[in-house]
Write a protein that binds this ligand. Structure first.
Ligand code: 5GP
Ligand code: ZN
Length: 111
């Protein structure tokens, strides 16, 4: 997906601030944070949105959530609590068509 911003982040063509990385998942800080802590968790495979999840790729969703649990432990967010949000479709506010999970903690803005 040549023109996908998040694929370009995965390839290193667009710089990002890494929070967590493994063979399947990458997590980085949102460029425009809407909470004290705003982290984006994405699969390394290009999937457009949650509407495209099926039996063949749903393992990646599990990998993302395993990563989220590890990230909140590392960042000390579990006590404060956090939200996980995935916008699917422009009508729901999705602006980057590569599946991603917002992990938000602390005082929340528009979310
Ligand atoms: P969406 O609106 O699709 O649910 O979320 C996309 C998120 O990606 C937004 O919160 C936006 O701030 C973030 N974002 C867009 N472009 C970049 C970028 O180049 N780098 C980083 N770190 N975040 C980005
Ligand atoms: Zn992509």
């Amino acid at each position: 997906m040549n023109d996908c911003i998040f694929c370009k982040i995965l390839s290193g063509d667009i710089p990002s601030t890494e929070v967590y990385s493994n063979a399947h998942v990458y997590a980085f800080r949102d460029i425009n944070p809407k909470a004290d802590s705003h982290i984006l968790v994405i699969p390394r495979t290009h999937i457009e949105s949650a509407a495209e999840i099926n039996a063949d790729n749903s393992e990646l969703v599990a990998r993302c959530f395993e990563a989220i649990a590890e990230i909140v432990r590392r960042e000390g967010l579990s006590k404060r609590g956090f939200r996980v949000i995935s916008n699917a479709g422009e009508g729901a506010g999705q602006t980057v068509p590569h599946l991603h999970f917002h992990v938000l903690s602390g005082s929340l803005g528009a979310f």
